[in-house]
Write a protein that binds this ligand. Sequence first.
Ligand code: ZN
Length: 400
Amino acid sequence: MRATLFSLSELVATFSGMTKRKPPPVPVLVSVWAKAAGRCSMCGEPQLVAALTEVTVTIGEVAHQAGATAGAGSPRGDAAVPFTERDKEANLMLLCHGCHRKIDSTDGQAIYTVDVLRGIKQQHESMVAALTDFRTENRTLVVTTRSTVRGHSVAASTREIAYALVESQRAPHTLGNLTYQIDIDLTDPVTDEWVWKRGKQQIDAAAARIAADISEGRVEHVSVFALAPIPLLAYLGHKLGDKWAVDVFRRSRDNTDRAWCWGEPTAPEAPEFVFELPDVGLVDGVVVAVEVTAEVQIDRLPGELASLPIAKVRPSSAAPGPDLLNSRAAVDAFAAAWRALLAEIERQLPTVKRLHIVAAVPAPAAVALGRFRRPYVDPTLVMYELGISQSYVEALEIDK
Ligand SMILES: [Zn+2]
């Protein structure tokens, strides 16, 4: 493999229009390259390495927002930026050759005005600054689960996680150049009868690693990006518990890199949740229907549960729906209602030993079911999952 040293003179050489005019000073070029992390500010492609030739070269171009001169061949040259400012950092940005051509083309100049280009540069530089703030105290341990959805193995992508963490103002822990994260493989199809046992083992192993990282002081915060059947998510919540600082993210139906971002809440107020607990005497079990994304079809419960009283957790005013839990505040509101139900069961129905949970909930609420059950105080949770016959079958138990 051949390699050449990357030099400052190459930086200067990559300044566009260098043949006719004196390039901006080297410190200015270095700063533009550094703040862009050596990536095109528009498409994000790395501009340092030409992979095919195995030779380290700079292929990026430092482009003017307002052209250097006022001439016809100087894109955006007539913008209201003083000529003395045009070779300064504020008017320059790192682009790849293709993006540079795009913004300087006749059509491109109409779309990519100086203001638009400043916005693009600003967004890119803040993303770089957030992701490379190695000294930040806001580190988080990323925990993902990979799962099978309709025959496909799915998990949050590195890019999706990066966007969600930037929004949350956190940076992932790293080992060398790599993100240090814990991935839990839950891809076994739910039709396998041993899936729940194996899933619990995988989660147990991951939880032991997280516990070690926290007790040894390497980690203080955990970010969960989980896709998995509800019983396993609740079990994951149980293993995480409520002693550690944990953020549980939610995948929205937005199919972009921002799928795991919370974004701006669509409703100004977070929804509120209430519980209903029937007034019953001495029973040892209660069915709890948890209705966030949809109503639970009670008639699909196994026959042996038919005689048990039914409690509910549901939104207080809105109907259940897939986008109801669309903010952290909404997740907190759900968790508060769940904890209140558990406390009320302890007070009112002390003989209850088992809660049979049938839930239509997104991942953060499923994790909350396990997280906020108090070990050794609250009843055992028996988690159900809709089987292929479209009736609920017992999946796993959460006790101790
Ligand atoms: Zn580009």
